[in-house]
Design a protein around this ligand. Sequence first.
Ligand SMILES: C[S@@+](CC[C@H](N)C(=O)[O-])C[C@H]1O[C@@H](n2cnc3c(N)ncnc32)[C@H](O)[C@@H]1O
Length: 326
Amino acid sequence: MAIGGLDPRLGTAENYRVFGREARGRSPVYESLAASVADDGLILGFLAGLPRPKRQPNLLFAAARYLLGAPPGIGTLRSLVRQHEAELAQLMLARRTQTNEPARCATLLPALARLPEPLALIEVGASAGLTLLFDRYSYDYDGHLVAGSDPEAPTLRCAVRGPVPRPARLPVIAWRAGLDLNPLDVTRDDDVHWLSCLVWPGESDREQRLAAAVAAARRDPPPVYRGDLRTDLPALAAQAPAGATLVVFHSAVLAYVAAGDRERFARTIRGLAAVWLSNEAPGVVPGLPLTDFREMTFVLGHGGRTPLALADGHGTWLHWLGDADT
Ligand SMILES: C[S@@+](CC[C@H](N)C(=O)[O-])C[C@H]1O[C@@H](n2cnc3c(N)ncnc32)[C@H](O)[C@@H]1O
């Protein structure tokens, strides 16, 4: 389990220690804050009063940032818990960890671009839909450039290792739809503000990328429908046009779904006439090998059975396994 989710095998303090290690080298502020929270009785006591899924480090830190107007440190976080406990709890109960990282498109694209065109895309757990916009962004795979349709959309830079099948061009996407328990609306300032609070302090490249991706999405917002991946996928899949390769994909989502529900989701998706691509932490996709935990590393999987590549959880590198045809 990794970024954002809570490992149910670990206590809250240990989950904060894991998060602190994930933040190492990316966000010194959160590395140190997470380590401090892991030893802080006041904040751990506050978290113990919340339902378990709401104790996630990223949710606490983003909510504090939202209320404080600046990234929290241990001092400001403790004051917030002491003085505004109810407000903080209310915000954490109302909001979710919905980080939408457009750079994950760079790690998914090589798998997508090998499929017969045109494509019909469904992303489950799509948040604001920024990871549905593959064809708007441009890409730079260690100097291998792929131009997107929107020159003002961000260029996603991704370091490659192994025989990554770098696409010559972007695939034709005939149809796309997202499904989310709580779709965020790129045209609503408050939703966009929440997305920005979820970015870790110190990652200014992510902040800029998010802002540029939101601006691009606002020019033609992606459709993201309210629904639950555990129950509503078949009905959405039935709306996909005939004559296109239906691809159901998800990225940084299944860690938020209970283990038994992941199994049911895997059975549902296998029953659809669809290609299944997953981009999740090791051990999260039922049946997909490579279950070793590595901080900030995702496994790019095909069909819930074949690991294609290892990928940075925030999309900055991709390490293809086997040969390019795997
Ligand atoms: C961390 S975000 C990832 C967003 C996007 N896939 C990305 O990679 O940037 C996880 C998203 O999954 C959604 N989610 C979690 N459980 C879900 C479920 N059972 N059904 C639909 N969406 C769900 C959350 O609301 C959230 O928007």
